[in-house]
Design a protein around this ligand. Structure first.
Ligand code: NDP
Ligand code: HSE
Length: 440
């Protein structure tokens, strides 16, 4: 059978990985797919640079639309990134009857509903394994491998840049800014690194996993997003002393009231496997009612790890190319006419436990006042750690840190108690609050 023909829009880090791995493993991939998969066209504005990557093994064009217009191209791989041009190109490719593969989580988290509807109407596939957790086949696992289960929750370290930063801060005591520069140099960070450090990239990926896990529409605008820029190295140290690690987690959970969809730094017990995921690695824990807990671990970024996921999609599409569209796996795991109307919960209704750090005056009665306010709000305390004042400010210091771990309460109840504690004259700095997840 004639090889399937692929065009890559944007041959950069991931695109060159796709090209190279397909060349290197072509025989084995052909044996799996049932026919050859050939990249015959690539596009990049810097044509000379693209030519150095592909030589004369593929046609190089500056205009990505030339690939979409070519009737011989069966699958268009969008690897330009961003929202505007990428969205136009993906919709144009669908309209032209091409299957699409993309690694662009930002695009799908924000415009997924429109894109999947267009693909469904046209009877083409939009595959996006590489968009979540790079080389880890988590989309395949959630959509197909765990299809028997009622998924209860998904929690993951799904941004390599922030996990790298937190690991380096904890292990080497390095400053946030220094480690961010290193993550950029190593190619982990997004074109705009604020997407990484403010939790937006993780929220994009979580939104996609949530849709597939629970059969709800992609709703990035309803996600709660908090990054790691406000974290201090002292909190990483105190968490360690209490038996926890701080990780930027994406968490989506089915509750009787609705679906939680949230990204924020979290204390995780150090004994959990996920707490020991270091550097730029990613890991996702999925809890299903039948299977129990499953864990997926691997490289969440990088040229060839991400290419591995893109090529898995190319093989899937090649195998299903001639199948009736109604016999294909639905884009979001559930049939489009069987989506759930579960609502995404506002953050105020989310129930979790907390780590609080208060910089207080080192005076008698301060701790009793603070714990009294928590008791009055019906928030139960799990543990309290008070540092010696001279550990904080040297000999003769008049301030100290009090660290409190609480049991579960709603976020809105905690917010009200925090406002009261913050107003105390003996609380001398903004209170640090980090949510705590047992992931049991
Ligand atoms: P790069 O910046 O390395 O590559 C993007 C390429 O697109 C560049 O080579 C750029 O080249 C080209 N490009 C930009 N504008 C155009 C245009 N108008 N027409 C044609 N080509 C264009 O990005 P990555 O490869 O790192 O990322 C690609 C996508 O994959 C993004 O959506 C990203 O979020 C996602 N992703 C990346 C991962 C990674 O590890 N890097 C991991 C998982 C997902 P030129 O400027 O010469 O046109
Ligand atoms: N910037 C992303 C990360 C790349 O750090 O995880 C992979 O999606």
């Amino acid at each position: 059978m004639k090889p399937i023909q692929v065009g890559i829009l944007g041959i950069g880090t991931v695109g060159s990985g796709v090209f190279n791995v397909l060349q290197r493993n072509q025989e084995e991939i052909k044996r799996r797919a049932g026919r050859g998969i050939e990249v015959t066209m690539v596009s990049r504005r810097n044509v000379a640079e693209a030519k150095t990557l592909v030589g004369d093994r593929a046609q190089v064009v500056a205009d990505a639309r030339a690939i979409i217009a070519n009737p011989d191209i069966d699958i268009v791989v969008e690897l330009i990134g961003g929202y505007t041009l990428a969205k136009e190109l993906v919709l144009e490719a669908i309209a032209a009857g091409k299957h699409v593969v993309t690694a662009n989580k930002a695009l799908l988290a924000v415009h997924g509903t429109e894109i999947f509807a267009a693909a469904h109407a046209k009877g083409v596939m939009v595959a996006f394994e590489a968009a979540v957790a790079g080389g880890i086949p988590i989309i395949k696992a959630l959509r197909e491998g765990l299809t028997a289960n009622s998924i209860q929750w998904v929690a993951g370290i799904i941004n390599g840049t922030t996990n790298f930063i937190l690991s380096e801060m904890r292990d080497k005591g390095l400053d946030f800014a220094v480690v961010l520069k290193e993550a950029q140099r190593l190619g982990y960070a997004e074109a705009d690194p604020t997407f990484d450090i403010e939790g937006v990239d993780a929220a994009h990926k979580l939104t996609l996993m949530s849709a597939i896990a629970f059969g709800i529409p992609v709703q990035f605008d309803k996600a709660y997003v908090e990054g790691i820029t406000q974290l201090g190295s002292q909190d990483i140290k105190y968490a360690e002393q209490l038996g926890y690690r701080i990780k930027l987690l994406g968490i989506t959970k089915r509750t009787p009231q609705g679906v939680e969809l949230r990204v924020h730094p979290s204390l995780v017990p150090a004994k959990r496997l996920i707490a020991n995921v270091e550097g730029a690695m990613n890991a996702v824990v999925v809890q299903g009612d039948a299977v129990g807990t499953t864990l997926y671990y691997g490289k969440g970024a990088g040229s060839e790890p991400t290419a591995s996921a893109v090529i898995a999609d190319l093989v899937d599409i090649t195998r299903l190319h001639t199948a009736d569209p109604t016999n294909r796996v639905p884009h979001l795991a559930f049939q489009p006419d069987a989506m759930s109307d579960l609502q995404v919960l506002p953050m105020g209704d989310v129930v979790t436990s907390y780590y609080l750090r208060l910089r207080v005056a080192d005076q008698a009665g301060v701790l009793a006042t603070v714990t009294g306010l928590l008791a009055a709000a019906d928030i139960s305390i799990d543990a309290v750690l008070q540092r010696e004042a001279d550990e904080i400010g040297g000999e003769g210091a008049t301030q100290t840190d009090v660290i409190i771990l609480t049991h579960d309460c709603t976020e809105s109840r905690m917010n009200a108690a925090l406002a009261q504690m913050q107003a105390l004259p003996t609380v001398l700095a903004p209170i640090t609050r980090i949510r705590k997840e047992e992931l049991a």
